[in-house]
Design a binder for this molecule. Structure first.
Ligand code: FES
Length: 88
């Protein structure tokens, strides 16, 4: 989805939600090649489908791949009245 001109996505893990700008720190490309597919096979990490970098869901830090140690840009979100919305 696009919010304020930025491509963003949200991942739910348990009762928490984490939002990020959909831009890989490797070359700035969108992470996903298919709509709404942002996780690896095991659903435990965020995957960049371009060169297979893996990112922690909780903080966006790259733990494997060509941008190791760099991080996704956060897009802070919260659950308000049962909806995921940008953090106020
Ligand atoms: S563009 Fe994401 S790992 Fe290369």
């Amino acid at each position: 989805m696009v919010v304020d001109g930025k491509r963003v996505f949200v991942v739910r893990k348990g009762g928490q939600v984490f939002g990020y700008v959909n831009s890989c720190p490797h070359v700035g490309a969108p992470l996903n090649l298919e709509d709404d597919r942002f996780l690896d096979l095991f659903q435990t990490s965020i995957l960049c489908a371009n060169h297979f970098a893996l990112f922690e869901i909780e903080d966006g830090r790259c733990v494997r791949g060509p941008c190791l140690g760099r991080s996704l840009e956060p897009f802070p979100v919260e659950i308000r009245d049962g909806l995921v919305v940008p953090k106020a």
